[in-house]
Design a protein around this ligand. Sequence first.
Ligand code: HEM
Ligand SMILES: *[C@@H]1O[C@H](CO)[C@@H](O)[C@H](O)[C@H]1NC(C)=O
Ligand SMILES: *[C@@H]1O[C@H](CO)[C@@H](O)[C@H](O)[C@H]1NC(C)=O
Ligand SMILES: *[C@@H]1O[C@H](CO)[C@@H](O)[C@H](O)[C@H]1NC(C)=O
Ligand SMILES: *[C@@H]1O[C@H](CO)[C@@H](O)[C@H](O)[C@H]1NC(C)=O
Ligand SMILES: *[C@@H]1O[C@H](CO)[C@@H](O)[C@H](O)[C@H]1NC(C)=O
Length: 349
Amino acid sequence: MFLQHAPLHIYFSLLISSIIQREKMASSCSLSSTVIVMSVLVLFMRSTSAHHLTTNFYSKSCPKVFFAVNSVVKSAVSKEPRMGASLVRLFFHDCFVNGCDGSILLDDTSSFKGEKTAAPNNNSVRGFHVVDDIKSEVEKVCPGIVSCADILAIAARDSVVLLGGPGWEVKLGRRDSKTANFTAANNGSFIPAPTSNLSTLISSFRVQGLSADDMVALSGAHTIGKARCTSFRSRIYNETNIDSSFAESRRRNCPSASGSGDDNLAPLDVQTPDCFDKKYFQNLMNKKGLLHSDQVLFNGGSTDSLVKQYGRSTKAFNSDFVAAMIKMGDIKPLTGSHGEIRKNCRKPN
Ligand code: HEM
Ligand SMILES: *[C@@H]1O[C@H](CO)[C@@H](O)[C@H](O)[C@H]1NC(C)=O
Ligand SMILES: *[C@@H]1O[C@H](CO)[C@@H](O)[C@H](O)[C@H]1NC(C)=O
Ligand SMILES: *[C@@H]1O[C@H](CO)[C@@H](O)[C@H](O)[C@H]1NC(C)=O
Ligand SMILES: *[C@@H]1O[C@H](CO)[C@@H](O)[C@H](O)[C@H]1NC(C)=O
Ligand SMILES: *[C@@H]1O[C@H](CO)[C@@H](O)[C@H](O)[C@H]1NC(C)=O
């Protein structure tokens, strides 16, 4: 009885410390999502099937995994709030290339070229050293038990919570790939480019089993973090569905000539870049989406109404975001005897 309830108990302790921490670290972020967090939490699953992800996967083998992950994420995010955004994005880019299998974490080897230098990732994805730090903490408490793929899933959830967003119980039991695929990561039909139109965005999520509505909710992750000039240059110089003073202010740190200032950064959410909130959707309604792929979600098309709904309701956004993150985390996991539990997230064993 005690063992069965231990993970839930531990989870609640973690949640409470997260809430307290959230007030300390992100005091400018709204706390209104707490009620949702509690209601999502009580959906406690018991299944132990070897081939499906479950929320209690490590309840006997590594109940301390949540503390170990959270302590490292908390310290990284308190040093640099953007790191929370970077960890969320790592999970997305992992899941969209051959499933949530930790493949994005692998360095190049003599037998394959990894995903880190593929177009959407090169000079762009970050947080690998934080994942390494998490992995060493986790290996200290439960050596050889927890996959790098699951670490990404937990770290993404913890990051969202620390930046003021909703929490959820993370489904676990993924194993790690033994290889990575540069070609797939580089192919825009998997990880979509910021130049994508609405139909391309919808179809690239559909390929992964995610709906257009999931795509809109998940794009709400752009309420945190930053983008490089090269990702939004053509939008701020050449597009007309953009607020002119917003475009003007972004142009000041992003020169029009390609190659100059390519890596200069701007927040994806012009209002509250370190808070996980619904302001991203309000920005779209005000033509202040930073990426072309952001603004197409509110540009007279089929997703306008959902953007408006999320812009109005934190509750609707949070609950759809949580459901879509759980769905994304279910993309083609390696389970059972497939894959391995890497010792070092950067290398196959
Ligand atoms: C809908 C299609 C999407 C496109 C086209 C897209 C594209 C991008 C681009 C171009 C950047 C900036 C990269 C750079 O300039 O270095 C970015 C950043 C980011 N993306 Fe997305 N993204 C999409 C969906 C998502 C999803 C589903 C998530 C997570 C659930 C996500 C999370 C993030 C985060 C958190 C950042 C900021 C990262 C940081 O500051 O390190 N994005 N995205
Ligand atoms: C990744 O970026 C580096 C540094 O900007 C560059 O030298 C390299 O060619 C890029 N790699 C790929 C595969 O494009
Ligand atoms: C890598 O992914 C591509 C899909 O873009 C696929 O055609 C190829 O077979 C994959 N390579 C390996 C080694 O799995
Ligand atoms: C990208 O992947 C799609 C779907 O697997 C495939 O049809 C297409 O040929 C690939 N494109 C490139 C450039 O590899
Ligand atoms: C969207 O972009 C794709 C790929 O660039 C293109 O083939 C398609 O025609 C575009 N769709 C619309 C509606 O503009
Ligand atoms: C804007 O569009 C013009 C005409 O297509 C093109 O020559 C120019 O390079 C574009 N500028 C940017 C910054 O994308």
